[in-house]
Design a protein. Structure first.
Lengths: 110, 114
């Protein structure tokens, strides 16, 4: 089976940096993905890590430590539009059998 | 490329009825996955189809079924609807090639069961 844990809520102010952690327990592991979902919208892909280390995409970075079954999403220079839910997801096979974490609701305050 | 489309966008049914939802993936994508999203349970995986074959199935009762056609379009069916089936149903497609971990989600079908 697979299970993922994330904080339920995080609050930060504009311009700040926030880190959203994700720990997972899986019977198999292929990669860790992150998705963003605004209220009323569909999840959109942010980043993907298959190997240990940091992946950077603009203001967003994602980190993975396979030995610790742990990853995080780092959001820098927070903007109001970053207020959304963020989900980590793992698959135990190439592009298959995705399991999503419970989601972290990020509120960015002015 | 056009994105993932889902129809209908909104649906109201009554208990005991059945419903069919449709999903058209991004052109060239052969994998379609379905998810149920509710406030209490989050995003839960229903099943995944690839080239008309169901490859993976989540932990849902047999009332939930799906299929995929030769053009990769997919449908999911829920029979004997229950109040607890009220949810946002999302489908996602992926290319299953390099970067196949990326899933592209449709806007979802919001189902309300009365």
């Amino acid at each position: 089976g697979q299970s993922l844990e994330q904080p339920s809520e995080v609050t930060a102010v504009e311009g700040a940096i926030v880190q959203i952690n994700c720990t997972y327990q899986t019977s198999g592991f292929y990669g860790l993905s992150w998705y963003q979902q605004h209220d009323g919208g569909a999840p959109t892909f942010l980043s993907y890590n298959a190997l240990d280390g940091l992946e950077e995409t603009g203001r967003f970075s994602s980190f993975l430590s396979r030995s610790d079954s742990y990853g995080y999403l780092l959001l820098q220079e927070l903007q109001m539009k970053d207020s959304a839910s963020y989900f980590c997801a793992v698959s135990d096979n190439y592009g298959q059998n995705f399991v999503f974490g419970p989601g972290t609701r990020l509120s960015v305050l002015p | 490329k056009a994105g993932v489309t889902q129809t209908p966008r909104y649906l109201i049914k009554t208990r005991g009825q059945q419903v069919t939802l449709s999903c058209s993936p991004i052109s060239g994508h052969r994998s379609v996955s379905w998810y149920q999203q509710t406030p209490g349970q989050g995003l839960q995986f229903l099943f995944e189809y690839f080239s008309e074959t169901q490859r993976n199935k989540g932990n849902f009762p047999g009332r939930f079924s799906g299929r995929q056609f030769s053009n990769s379009r997919s449908e999911m069916n829920v029979s004997t609807l229950e109040l607890g089936d009220s949810a946002l149903y999302l489908c996602a497609s992926s290319s299953q090639t390099s970067g196949g971990e990326t899933q592209y989600f449709g806007p979802g079908t919001r189902l309300l069961v009365l």
